[in-house]
Design a protein around this ligand. Structure first.
Ligand code: SF4
Ligand code: SF4
Length: 461
């Protein structure tokens, strides 16, 4: 059997042997890749023929994704992001951005102690780049476990020690150890930002948000407060977009991202759901869904959209598609502090909507019929009123008085009583002697304009 060549990667002509720093560490079941995430990321960049020349002070950034009391929904949402995608970030595909070395318990190559080792190196300040912490899920009060195993844990310390010397490390402890040196601390999802479902009424774990755990005054090594990207689950693009904006700023290539008083990216969370909702026109005209599946505004079947800060109506759930109201669901306030308790019981008309929806209903009862009349009038081409052989001219004589008044109204208001621009009226064609087609070409629907109308027009000119 021929000998297999040694695996090589790198730019043509400058091959680089696979040698991982894990080679120096004790072997361990599970670490089948025998590569670290940063080595793989650099290999990917090199295999694309790119060099690691950075446009700013940062060449690479480590991102440690820790999970507390979570359902993994945030992970699912972020792996579906497209603008930019996680793949764009971890392959160095975005010009100007440093390479993102993602350490995520689902996507990680290393396992066991090899996985935890990079966290330890980060705490000791031995990494060759800054690191960012991303926290998914709420943080349990681990003092309640009274020396037993933690509610939520990641790895054990000391590394490679005999099992009797090792203890599992709560993710809360990792936050405590890594937060002071982190370039940024990002809480993703409503559990991490405000406490969410694990912190709801009846919670026995003392679950809380990252901001509550670290304190309102916490600032990262670069002076940033906890960056909060709420949602249950969040819009994945909100996370990757925020990471991209922060990294561009750190590279000196973008403006300082603006955050609101709760640490939310202001450009994502300053508007309400309602302002960009696909059903907002129904609300404004005062028509409301009576049951699920109806196409109208959902406020009377439990939508909190008018007071909820969320941009899913702009961004969609994934790739500008889907999202609550597009899919027929009312907003239950999942991005908001106090969710779920403050928005329960779900699917009942919010108390505040009593005044506003009834005001819309009253106003809509006047506006709607007027708009329908205008809409019908706008759905007629000017030329159809005269000689175009489409057959619509025959309707001219059947118009109601209301429609004639509306037409007059628009002519007076819109064109100041003058002539409408943009179309040649048949009178123009006759008076100038211009005929686009021979008479026979119009077929049996051809209508001759009354003589006196042509004369009137010519006289006016
Ligand atoms: S469905 Fe909700 S967000 Fe949409 S228009 Fe109605 S109240 Fe506003
Ligand atoms: S629209 Fe409401 S329920 Fe839907 S994601 Fe936004 S906050 Fe959550």
């Amino acid at each position: 059997m021929p000998e297999m060549p040694e695996r090589q990667v790198g730019e043509a002509g400058s091959p680089k042997h696979y040698r991982s720093r894990t080679d120096d560490l004790p072997d361990q079941v599970g670490n089948v890749g025998r590569r670290t995430m940063d080595e793989i990321a650099e290999d990917i960049v090199a295999s694309q023929g790119k060099s690691m020349i950075s446009l700013g002070p940062l060449e690479k950034v480590y991102v440690f994704w820790l999970a507390g009391m979570s359902c993994d929904g945030c992970t699912v949402a972020v792996t579906g992001a497209t603008e930019p995608s996680v793949e764009d970030l971890i392959t160095g595909s975005i010009p100007g951005l440093p390479l993102v070395i993602l350490h995520h318990y689902v996507l990680q190559l290393e396992a066991g102690d090899h996985y935890i080792r990079t966290l330890e190196l980060a705490e000791q300040g031995k990494l060759d780049g800054p690191y960012v912490i991303v926290y998914e899920g709420s943080i349990a009060d681990e003092t309640l476990t009274a020396g037993c195993d933690p509610f939520a844990a990641e790895g054990a310390l000391p590394l490679w020690a005999p099992s009797e010397q090792r203890r599992r490390i709560a993710t809360a402890e990792w936050v405590q150890r890594l937060a002071p040196g982190a370039a940024a601390m990002i809480a993703i999802g409503t559990c991490a930002t405000w406490g969410g479902i694990p912190a709801a009424y009846g919670n026995v774990t003392g679950a809380m948000s990252v901001m509550d755990f670290l304190g309102k005054e916490y600032r990262s090594a670069l002076g940033l407060p906890v960056v909060n990207i709420p949602g249950c689950s969040p819009v994945g693009d909100n996370f990757t977009d925020a990471v991209q904006s922060i990294l561009l700023f750190l590279q000196g290539l973008g403006p300082l991202p603006e955050f609101d008083e709760l640490g939310r990216p202001a450009w994502q969370f300053s508007d309400t759901v309602h302002r960009h909702c696909v059903r907002a026109g129904y609300y404004e005209e005062g028509t409301f869904a009576k049951e699920y599946g109806d196409k109208e505004c959902l406020v009377e079947v439990g939508c909190w959209g008018p007071v909820v800060n969320c941009n899913i109506t702009e961004k969609g759930a994934i790739s500008h598609m889907g999202g609550c109201m597009n899919a027929g669901g009312p907003c239950i306030g999942c991005t908001m502090p106090g969710f779920p308790d403050k928005f329960a019981p779900f699917y009942q008309s919010p108390p505040g909507s009593l005044i506003s929806s009834n005001a819309s209903r009253l106003m809509g009862s006047i506006i709607r019929p007027l708009r329908r009349i205008s809409q019908r009038e706008r759905n007629r081409e000017i030329r159809w009123h005269n000689i175009i052989p489409s057959g619509w001219a025959a309707e001219r004589g059947k118009e109601t008085l209301t429609h004639r008044i509306v037409e007059l109204f628009y002519n007076k208001m819109q064109f100041g009583g003058g002539n409408r621009p943009g179309r040649r009226l048949p009178e123009d064609e006759f008076s100038s002697g211009y005929r686009p087609l021979p008479e026979e070409a119009y077929g049996e629907n051809y209508q001759v304009l009354p003589e006196e109308r042509i004369k009137r027009r010519v006289k006016r000119e």
